[in-house]
Structure formats: structure tokens, C-alpha cells
Design a protein around this ligand. Structure first.
Ligand code: NAG
Ligand code: NAG
Ligand code: NAG
Ligand code: NAG
Ligand code: NAG
Ligand code: NAG
Ligand code: NAG
Ligand code: NAG
Ligand code: NAG
Length: 373
């Protein structure tokens, strides 16, 4: 059980200049942190694009400022806050988050801009700038393994991390991505969002339920248009230069798709979960499942995501396959020597979900924010 918000003491960060993404250790290495900030979740803030942006940081138990740690950013759905995602996935719990720094940023106005239609509190550009400022903050204050920075998220948060993957500047900091029930608005057929990753292939593992009525598997064409998941996957398969896709039954009722891209097996993976709704894929009942009347599924996203992330790291700005040498990086469409690829097919954006949260001191209060996008 993770302790949330023992003290709500946010503070303002002074943001130092960005350092090269391929430096192994960051300025935060060697910097002492208060013992009260270890093994619990702290709410912090910084100023980015003239806005006060808040985020939650969970340092693992036993955090040692002389050791560098992988970082996982977890993006909540809409309407929501970072702690909803933490409570739903329990990524901060030692069995998942042990040895890693977990970070749950808060969107302004409860939703990531990410190109979602409607009146957003901020813009895609500002949300992306927030990511650069947040990474600077993390590198300057904690001992971060620059080669192992990852992003996961649900719904609108899944859409936003996909937007990060599509951004040549911010995306290059991340080794792999993992959206669940992603709302990729702007990337539907005819959508105006663009995708220009700095490098390919980009490792992505994704999850989506066939009973998702908020962000339907087969897409929606109304006020919150989203592509079908097949269409979105196809966009990334093209950008990633994937040459082969295998399809296997996973744990009886899910389908696992795996692509070979740039000659590397399993760079892209997708779990189509039969009967799952707009929830976090989990074999244990989660808040998002409880609230929506869903049931545990046959897929445990936490376990699969961590296993997937462990395979990838950023090496000299390129995404590599950890268990082999750097000769496996890049691929037919890699941008190592050429210009960034820009397509309008596939990619990521925003939208919503039924969210739940957990507040107060050790007392779990399940709050249903019955929001549609
Ligand atoms: C930013 O927001 C946090 C949390 O609401 C608050 O504690 C902090 O004082 C704010 N910072 C500024 C500069 O307003
Ligand atoms: C894309 O479409 C959305 C929704 O119609 C709109 O708000 C946004 O300004 C458009 N973006 C561009 C770059 O045209
Ligand atoms: C968006 O904001 C504008 C200006 O604040 C307002 O006039 C308009 O009604 C809003 N639209 C929606 C859909 O909320
Ligand atoms: C939405 O429209 C596109 C073409 O504009 C079409 O390919 C797609 O099947 C439609 N999706 C749905 C869910 O109707
Ligand atoms: C695709 O993968 C399958 C299963 O690994 C393999 O049997 C097949 O030969 C591959 N096809 C190509 C074109 O690489
Ligand atoms: C790393 O890449 C090599 C070469 O493509 C592949 O054979 C191997 O399975 C990959 N290792 C992992 C853990 O994915
Ligand atoms: C998925 O939706 C279908 C049609 O609404 C329904 O019959 C089925 O029971 C649902 N499956 C689950 C696992 O909820
Ligand atoms: C397979 O699904 C069952 C529930 O049907 C679950 O208990 C089990 O943990 C799942 N196995 C894996 C490897 O996720
Ligand atoms: C409240 C609860 O049990 N949440 C679970 C949701 O699923 C994740 C991943 O399987 C678990 O880590 C949580 O404990």
C-alpha cells in the first residue's frame, strides 16, 4: 500500500539549463534529499511557460543519491490529476516501483492539451514545454539514469504521451512509451496532428479494450474524434519501419500483436483485450474497473510495461536494445543521418475517462469523477 500526500508542501523549483540527454549521470546525483521525501509521494511545482505546474514525485525506498535511477512518468486521464493514475496503477508500490523514480504530473485544468478539441486551459506546445522543464527539474534534483526515462499513461494521458513520442525535441529523452486506452485525438483519418519523431524505431507497448465505449477500439467520428486503434498502430508501424507482425492469443482471451521494426523483434507490441472497458488493464481489480463496473482482465499492464521498459534505453540519443550492442539501433527508417519523418497518420492526443482518486492520510476515498473526456 502506498502512502499518498503525507504532507502537501509543494515548492517552487529553480530550473537550470537542460543537459545533454546522453550524459549518464545528472546534476542531481550526489544531492541529498530529505529523508521524509523517500518512499512516499510528494507534490511539487515549477513555473513553466508562465504557469504554475504541479507534479508528484515518488522516490523509491532506499533512494541513494549516488546511484542513478530509471524514471517513469505516469500520465492521468481527463478529468484528473496525477494521483489518480498513481492510485489506479499503484506503480509507486515497491513491487512495481522499487528501484525507480515515479513521477505523476498534473495537467492544467484536469486534461492534457494534446490537440484535444474544445477549450483547453493550455496548448500542446506549453504542455510539451512543461515536460522539458520537468525533466530538467528531475535531473537537477535527483540522480536520474538519463538512458532510462519512460512514459506511460491512460486515455487522455496515453494520448499525450503519444504526442511526446511524436515530438522531435521532447520525445528524444524517452526510451519507450506505454499507453493504455489511449485517446489519440487529432490522429484520426483526416486529423491535423503531425508526428515527427527525432528517431525511429520508437518502442511502444499499448493496451486497449474492445468494450471501451469512451475511446472505442474502432474509433469515433463525433465531437471527440479518435482513430481506430488499428489505424493508430499502422501509423507507428510505418514510421518505425516494421516489417513483420505476429498475432498470438494471450492468456486465453486477449490478442498480442508484436512487430519487428528496424530488424529488432518486439519493438512495437499491442494487447487487444477482449471485453475490457475504458480502464487500466489489470488482473487485480483496480479503481478504474470498480468505478466503471468492470472486472479484472487477463492482462496485467504493470508487469508487461515494466518488462518492456527494461528492454530499452536511450543511447547517444538513439533508442537501443539493451541486451545487445548498439549495432541494433536504428533501422530502415531511422533518422540517424536523415531528416525527421513527418506523417499525419497515427500518433497521439487527448481525451477522457472515468477517473478515481485517493486522498487524505492513509484513508482511501474513492471518488468517481464521471467525466467523458
Ligand atoms: C504553485 O502551486 C502550488 C500548489 O498549489 C503552490 O503551493 C505554490 O505556491 C504555487 N507557486 C506559485 C509561484 O504560485
Ligand atoms: C487541429 O484541429 C483542432 C480541432 O479542430 C483545432 O483546435 C486546432 O487548432 C487544429 N490545429 C492545427 C494545427 O490546425
Ligand atoms: C470556449 O471559450 C470561449 C471564450 O472563452 C467561449 O466563448 C466559448 O463558449 C467556449 N466554448 C466552449 C465549447 O466551451
Ligand atoms: C470515421 O471516418 C473515417 C473516414 O473519414 C472512417 O474510415 C472510419 O471508419 C470512421 N470511423 C467510425 C467509427 O465510424
Ligand atoms: C514473420 O514472423 C514469423 C514468426 O516469427 C515468421 O515465421 C515469418 O517468417 C516472418 N516473416 C517475415 C517476412 O519475416
Ligand atoms: C535485441 O535485438 C536482437 C537483434 O535484433 C534480437 O535478436 C534480440 O531478441 C533482442 N533482445 C531483446 C531482449 O529484445
Ligand atoms: C462487452 O460488451 C458486450 C456488448 O455490449 C457485452 O455483451 C459483454 O458482456 C461485454 N463484455 C464484458 C467482459 O463486459
Ligand atoms: C491470466 O488471466 C487470469 C485471469 O483470468 C489472471 O489471474 C492471471 O494472472 C493472468 N496471467 C497473466 C500472466 O497475466
Ligand atoms: C486498488 C488495487 O488493488 N489496485 C491494483 C490495480 O492493479 C495494479 C496492477 O495490477 C495493482 O498494482 C494495484 O494494486
Amino acid at each position: 500500500m502506498v502512502r499518498l500526500l503525507p504532507l502537501l508542501l509543494p515548492f517552487i523549483a529553480l530550473v537550470a539549463p537542460t543537459i545533454a540527454a546522453d550524459d549518464e549521470k545528472t546534476p542531481g546525483c550526489g544531492k541529498d534529499v530529505a529523508s521524509t521525501s523517500i518512499g512516499r509521494t510528494q507534490r511539487l511545482s515549477l513555473i513553466s511557460s508562465d504557469s504554475n505546474r504541479t507534479f508528484n514525485v515518488h522516490l523509491p525506498q532506499g533512494y541513494d543519491p549516488d546511484e542513478d535511477y530509471p524514471v517513469i512518468l505516469g500520465f492521468h486521464g481527463a478529468p484528473g490529476i496525477g494521483l489518480h493514475f498513481e492510485a489506479d496503477t499503484m506503480f509507486s508500490a515497491p513491487r512495481w516501483g522499487g528501484g525507480k523514480i515515479l513521477v505523476y504530473p498534473d495537467a492544467l485544468g484536469g486534461a492534457w492539451a494534446a490537440g484535444m478539441p474544445g477549450n483547453m486551459t493550455t496548448s500542446v506546445e506549453k504542455d510539451l514545454n512543461f515536460m522539458s522543464d520537468l525533466l530538467d527539474y528531475l535531473r537537477n534534483n535527483y540522480c536520474v539514469d538519463n538512458e532510462r526515462i519512460y512514459a506511460t499513461g491512460i486515455s487522455n494521458g496515453g494520448g499525450f504521451l503519444n504526442r511526446i513520442a511524436c515530438d522531435p525535441t521532447v520525445g528524444r529523452n524517452f526510451a519507450a512509451f506505454a499507453p493504455d486506452a489511449g485517446a489519440f485525438t487529432g490522429f484520426q483519418p483526416g486529423g491535423n496532428a503531425t508526428c515527427s519523431p527525432s528517431k525511429t524505431p520508437i518502442p511502444i507497448i499499448s493496451f486497449h479494450g474492445t468494450n471501451d465505449t469512451t475511446i472505442p477500439y474502432y474509433g469515433r467520428n463525433d465531437s471527440i474524434p479518435t482513430p481506430s486503434i488499428d489505424y493508430w498502430l499502422q501509423g507507428w508501424a510505418e514510421r518505425n519501419g516494421c516489417t513483420n507482425m505476429t498475432e498470438t492469443v494471450y492468456n486465453k482471451t486477449a490478442v498480442h500483436y508484436s512487430w519487428t521494426c528496424g530488424g529488432i523483434e518486439g519493438v512495437m507490441q499491442h494487447f487487444k483485450v477482449e471485453g475490457m472497458g475504458h480502464v487500466w488493464a489489470s488482473t487485480e481489480e483496480n479503481f478504474s474497473q470498480t468505478i466503471s463496473g468492470g472486472r479484472p482482465t487477463v492482462v496485467n499492464a504493470n508487469a508487461l510495461i515494466l518488462e518492456f521498459f527494461a528492454r530499452w534505453e536511450v543511447e547517444d540519443g538513439e533508442t537501443g536494445n539493451v541486451t545487445t550492442t548498439t549495432t541494433t539501433t536504428g533501422g530502415p527508417t531511422a533518422t540517424e543521418t536523415g531528416p525527421a519523418i513527418t506523417t499525419t497518420a497515427g500518433g497521439g492526443n487527448a481525451a477522457g475517462r472515468v477517473e478515481v482518486g485517493m486522498w487524505s492520510f492513509g484513508v482511501a476515498v474513492v471518488v468517481a469523477l464521471v467525466g467523458l473526456v
